[in-house]
Unconditional design. Structure first.
Length: 454
């Protein structure tokens, strides 16, 4: 293990170049004009896997391809782990907000600035780097390793479930390793043991068949925007709790141990508020900011539209008004169940003088990895050795639908080791990765391979 770690240190510049060259490829999966770039990124990933000593091949799907690679020569009794990641990226957004081209990787001090540096090209290559170090120094890995690296994560992995279902035997493993999450703070090794689920709906209220003069028709005609405002106002009570009947029926209260661990995490609420540009915090009463961010369910309006939105005045009663609403869910809450309860409440509250249309955008269940799992303990040891600090255990406020999907199809639990900086600005301008943490992350993964074997 120490020989492999030393190899990583000696080949840091070479491996940094791997990341830089992969990040040069504008593999934006949601844009059709970059379809060839997504394939190019997948092909380069395959080539890096092969160069490192792994058997690698590309599999086509209905849209973008993926890479499957493996080294399975660890011998009888050795565990098998599947590492998952992706090499597609988000669109660039407003180029004026970038200090340099999104696909012109720039090193500023200890930071690599470019799209994909943190999410997820820099992180997924940690497994390739660690495998390369073991195979170059020991000619073998202590575990059987499989890699599944796709090109559709940023569009919701629409073809991944079918691929996993169709290739159960190929992907059979004892656990799944994922580095697509973040660190609680730079330099602090972090294990994410849970993510929230998601139910995402769009409510559209239809009133008159076209916009009406508000002076002539205002009064007797129900204004869809007014009705929508009243509906949205009903979604929370005075204590900040979600006001949907049955919403909390299956919520499991936080254990004293979980609350103690959350309280121990570094959190400067004043600094956090300043970074976000908000004067203070609200939310469900009785819970801390840390708990509200990741460990309690929520309901948020993501957008409101309808009526006259341009400059100046136009006194109308709009024909339609709508809102997009997302609900983040915690373990035991099911996305389909909460979605149904939300729809029922909405239809009961909307006045009969407008027509209600509800669209379903996405649904995912929450996920929690047991803290007592032996692989979790191996990961904590590997992180402690690589960073010389005790790791922290957190739950992530976002959603990763692939986690319950993997467990459902492969019967394997997921271990999430994130090395992205909390200030990485993934999906935004000037996305960046903190290189010292990426390098220590590669060392942690190399050590993890050894500890998983025992």
């Amino acid at each position: 293990m120490e020989t492999a770690v030393e190899y990583l240190r000696q080949h840091r510049k070479e491996h940094l170049n791997w990341t830089i060259e992969l990040c040069r490829i504008p593999s934006i999966s949601t844009q059709e004009q970059h379809k060839a770039d997504v394939r190019k990124a997948v092909e380069m990933t395959r080539d890096l896997c092969a160069k490192s000593g792994l058997k690698a091949e590309i599999h086509d799907t209905a849209r973008h391809p993926l890479v499957y690679a493996e080294w399975c020569g660890a011998g009888p009794g050795a565990p098998t782990f599947l590492a998952y990641g992706h090499v597609d990226v988000q669109p660039t957004g407003d180029l004026k907000l970038w200090d340099a081209g999104p696909f012109d990787p720039t090193i500023k001090g200890d930071w690599l600035v470019c799209r994909g540096s943190a999410d997820d090209k820099g992180q997924v290559l940690l497994y390739v780097r660690a495998a390369a170090a073991w195979l170059a120094t020991e000619k073998k890995l202590p575990i059987n390793l499989k890699l599944l690296i796709e090109g559709e994560e940023e569009i919701g992995s629409p073809n991944l479930p079918k691929f996993v279902q169709d290739h159960k035997a190929l992907l059979k493993c004892d656990g799944i390793l994922i580095s697509d999450t973040g660190m609680h703070e730079d330099g602090l090794p972090t294990i994410t043991y849970g993510t929230r689920g998601l139910a995402y709906k769009e409510v559209i209220l239809h009133g008159p068949k076209f916009n009406l003069h508000s002076g002539t028709h205002g009064g007797p005609v129900t204004n869809p925007a007014n009705a929508l405002a009243q509906l949205i106002a009903s979604f929370h009570d005075a204590a900040g709790r979600v006001n949907i009947p049955g919403f909390y029926d299956d919520v499991v209260d936080l254990t004293p141990q979980e609350r103690k661990a959350a309280a121990a995490l570094p959190m400067d609420e004043r600094k956090y508020a300043e970074e976000l540009g908000v004067p203070g915090f609200s939310g469900e009463k009785g819970y801390t900011v840390t708990e509200l961010r990741a460990m309690r369910p929520t309901l948020d309006v993501n957008g409101i539209y309808g009526g006259y939105m341009d400059k100046g005045a136009n006194t109308i009663i709009p024909a339609t008004a709508g809102a997009k609403v997302s609900m983040r869910l915690v373990p035991n809450q099911r996305g389909d169940d909460i979605g149904a309860k939300f729809e029922k409440a909405v239809r009961e509250r909307v006045p009969k003088t407008v027509r209600c249309e509800i669209l379903d955008h996405s649904c995912a269940d929450a996920y929690v990895t047991p803290l007592h799992w032996s692989a979790m303990k191996a990961a904590a040891r590997a992180l402690r050795e690589a960073f010389d600090r005790e790791p922290v255990f957190i739950r992530e406020g976002g959603s990763l639908p692939i986690l319950p999907m993997f467990e459902r199809h492969l019967g394997a639990k997921c271990l999430m080791l994130g090395f992205a900086s909390p200030s990485c600005n993934a999906h935004g301008p000037n996305e960046k990765a903190y290189l010292p943490d990426l390098d220590r992350g590669a060392e942690a993964v190399a050590r993890l391979f050894a500890h998983l074997a025992t």
